[in-house]
Design a protein around this ligand. Structure first.
Ligand code: IPE
Ligand code: IPE
Ligand code: MG
Length: 249
């Protein structure tokens, strides 16, 4: 399961779930005198490569932040380009991913996306739901606060209907109503481009996740850069509030 894993990485202590905030596409392009959209196009290739790398190295899940609830505030042309890019990528890459056994999920409020994109996403989720090679989770129109508000709304509705008692609300129940219900929490979060913030990404789910920040712009985040992130992860001691050293990924 661990093809071409660099020799200095311990296969026993790899993160099982990696999450990435793919940042710096715009700056990557601007630095080269290109329009920002060229950065997004290149960034999509980087993501495809990273997915392949995770699969090769035996990492079981990859979550990528593709579009935030705040990204609608960008110029219309950029938003339109990104939406078109998502559609084209899904069309172009779907068959190959299906063939490779990739299970694909989308998290976020899909209801504000175009009808054709929504239909395509729901179909892809249904058709790949039994695949087991790797779980690829794409966050589109995702915002963590929006996600948590949505959970509150659903739970209060149940309580109002007499189907839920306040004392039955606990962490497990809340987790079951998040977009990520049933998914393992990320072990490692990577953010590129030198920014050190979460930008409304997985606030609940990252409570005990190891974080790694790099100055590299997303389109340049290659296998070697990922290798460095994993080396850093393997030096960490995940204590989960305890005193002892835990050596299980
Ligand atoms: C991340 O790159 C991609 C998306 C948010 C869709 P940016 O577009 O944020 O790139 P910078 O941060 O402006 O360089
Ligand atoms: C976060 O990046 C969102 C995605 C990567 C999709 P942004 O570039 O939108 O974040 P801010 O605005 O710098 O916080
Ligand atoms: Mg950015």
């Amino acid at each position: 399961m661990t093809n071409n894993l660099p020799a200095d990485l311990n296969p026993e202590y790899l993160p099982q779930h990696v999450a990435v905030i793919m940042d710096g596409n715009g700056r990557w392009a601007t630095q080269r005198g290109l329009p920002r959209i060229a950065g997004h196009r290149q960034g999509a290739k980087t993501l495809k490569e990273l997915l392949r790398c995770c699969k090769d190295w035996g990492i079981k899940a990859l979550t990528a932040y593709a579009f935030s609830t705040e990204n609608w505030r960008r110029p219309t042309e950029e938003v339109d380009f990104l939406m078109l890019l998502f559609e084209k990528l899904l069309q172009r890459e779907f068959a190959q991913m299906q063939q490779e056994g990739v299970r694909i999920s989308f998290i976020g409020d899909l209801s504000s996306l175009s009808d054709s994109l929504q239909t395509q996403m729901r179909l892809i989720m249904a058709e790949t739901s039994k695949n087991q090679a790797i779980h690829f989770i794409v966050a589109v129109n995702y915002g963590s606060r929006d996600e948590i508000v949505r959970v509150c709304r659903q739970l209060t509705q149940l309580a109002q209907q007499g189907e839920l008692n306040p004392e039955d609300v606990n962490e497990n129940l809340v987790a079951q109503y998040l977009y990520t219900a049933g998914m393992r929490e990320p072990d490692l979060l990577i953010r590129t481009s030198g920014e050190m913030r979460l930008s409304n990404f997985l606030l609940w789910q990252l409570a005990y996740t190891e974080m790694y920040f790099t100055d590299i712009f997303w389109p340049d985040f290659d296998r070697e850069a990922f290798h460095q992130a994993l080396l850093s992860y393997q030096k960490r001691d995940r204590r989960f509030g305890q005193v002892k050293t835990t050596l299980t990924a």
